[in-house]
Write a protein that binds this ligand. Structure first.
Ligand SMILES: *Cc1c(COP(=O)(O)O)cnc(C)c1O
Length: 493
């Protein structure tokens, strides 16, 4: 299996190891597989009796053909070990006769980013060997919260990789800050910057494109790499849990082989829902893909009108991981429905004017699989309350956006196929807002909110967040955003 850029008409080809190491294509496009491997009914049947790591190795093997079966299985067993994913890697919980919550947050940071970031560093480590790279990869991350912690947990103590994470000193929650400051591992560094998330992001980009910095690193035996969500190594592992959910529905007798399920995904960068689309293209029986947005409903508008227009207000919401106006992975869907030439044209227009409109044939193709709904802040809070009252189920703010979208879709269409809703964060990760949605008040202390939520709902705090206030703080550096490179140099020694 080879990969190419979404924008490259000459269609130069790369191996999986190369694209995982490189991240972004040289022309600014994203890497996509040159063809879609198939998943047959017999293969799905065989996966029904397999555990999650085996399911994952099998699916990954269809794309990562330059990795051996043994390598993939060993990495998947290590990544999705029961000690990391307590309660299972991606358990499917029935909320009623139709809606099922696919819980993707049982990993070490209590958010769905773990599903990819626990395996991708292992794939990168092997990619270095496979591509004859002798230097150590230095991962630089700017984070507004969730990604930084998930990347730290994923890359910690992985061979031939170091990671440095920068976050805005006043731009993350108390829990998120503590999660990062107390990070363990010998190859990790965490630093706060005086500035907002954009300053951190700009600082990282500046270091990446600074020739002096690259030269300095090269002399020391390092090179820059990124853990960005557009890396194919993060996308491929996300296909697995949709296949796994289908197997679980078969095993539970809720579907017969070949019958279709629907999927709803709370969407930000369009990575998670695009993985579901890939599963569908491979042959997994999926009918509708419901794209759920919060008040930043640019994708809802795009799916309804065919026009993507980022010239609009940006809203901070209680589902911050979906507060996004440029959904980078959407480019991959455009590529699959419009081809390289028009992808390059639309993306140039997005760069220049902040907007593009797809042609009618592209819109029709997208309509065959996708539809979009959104939930504003009030509807999100109501959904958290309603889900607790109706199903006794505690949903986080992102999952609630998706549950609302799924309910809107079902009410509008009457479609009663099993609906798999991706649940992307533990409610405890956003305990304050969840508590407030349920009880109409905010606990005085953000850390106390976890205990109070646990007591009132009789549910358990997931292990990564238990006792977080008592852990040893290791990283307290705060630097001006202009001094991020100095901080990296100091870290490397
Ligand atoms: C990252 C994230 C999302 C959005 O996923 P995309 O792949 O960017 O669409 C949704 N919910 C949570 C909790 C997240 O961390």
């Amino acid at each position: 299996m080879k990969f190419q850029s979404t924008r490259d008409q000459s269609a130069a080809k790369f191996s999986a190891a190369q694209v995982i190491k490189q991240g972004l294509a040289a022309d600014g496009g994203l890497f996509v597989p040159e063809s879609i491997p198939t998943l047959t009914a017999d293969e799905i049947k065989a996966l029904c009796s397999a555990d999650y790591p085996t399911r994952a190795a099998k699916i990954l093997g269809k794309f990562l053909t330059d990795y051996t079966e043994e390598e993939l299985l060993a990495d998947c067993r290590a990544a999705y070990a029961p000690t990391s994913f307590v309660g299972g890697a991606a358990p499917l919980v029935a909320l009623d006769d139709t809606i099922h919550s696919l819980e993707l947050w049982h990993g070490p940071t209590a958010a769905f980013k773990d599903m990819a970031l626990q395996i991708m560093p292992r794939l990168l480590s092997r990619a270095l060997t496979k591509t004859g790279e002798e230097r150590t990869a230095l991962i630089l991350v700017a984070t507004s919260g969730d990604t930084g912690k998930a990347a730290l947990e994923g890359y910690k103590d992985i061979d031939r990789i170091k990671i440095a994470v920068f976050y805005p000193v006043d731009g993350v929650s108390r829990v998120q800050k503590l999660q990062m400051q107390t990070q363990t591992g010998d190859n990790v560094y965490v630093c706060a910057i005086n500035g907002n998330f954009d300053d951190a992001q700009t600082g990282v980009k500046k270091i990446f494109s600074d020739d002096q910095a690259s030269k300095y690193l090269d002399e020391k035996g390092y090179f820059f790499s990124s853990a960005n969500s557009i890396n194919w190594g993060r996308l491929a592992p996300q296909i697995v849990y949709y296949v796994s959910a289908y197997c679980d529905l078969l095993n539970a007798g809720k579907l017969k082989m070949g019958e279709k399920m629907n999927v709803t995904v709370p969407t930000g960068n369009f990575g998670n829902i695009f993985a579901a689309y890939l599963a569908k293209l491979m042959g997994l029986p999926i009918d509708r893909l419901v794209c759920a947005s919060n008040k930043n409903n640019i994708l809802t508008d795009f799916l309804r009108t065919g026009t993507y227009d980022r010239n609009r207000d940006f809203h901070l919401t209680m589902s911050p991981s979906m507060d996004i106006l440029i959904s980078s992975n959407l480019e991959r869907l455009i590529y699959f429905t419009a081809g390289t030439e028009r992808t390059a044209k639309y993306m140039a227009s997005l760069n220049k004017t902040g907007a593009y409109t797809v042609d009618a044939d592209v819109k029709n193709k997208i309509d065959e699989s996708f539809c979009g709904y959104f939930a504003d802040e009030e509807e999100t809070a109501k959904t958290i309350r309603r889900t607790m009252e109706r199903c006794g189920y505690l949903a986080d703010t992102h999952t609630a956006v998706a549950l609302s979208a799924a309910e809107q879709y079902i009410a509008e269409t009457g479609d009663r196929k099993p609906m798999v809703v991706a649940s992307t964060a533990s409610p405890y990760k956003f305990a304050n807002d969840v508590y407030n949605s349920l009880y109409g008040e905010t606990p005085s202390d953000p850390l106390a909110a976890l205990d109070e939520l646990s007591e009132k709902t009789a549910t358990e705090i997931p292990y990564p967040l238990r006792g977080i206030g008592e852990r040893k703080v290791r990283f307290e550096d705060v630097v001006p955003s202009a001094n991020m490179w100095e901080a990296v140099q100091k870290y490397l020694g």
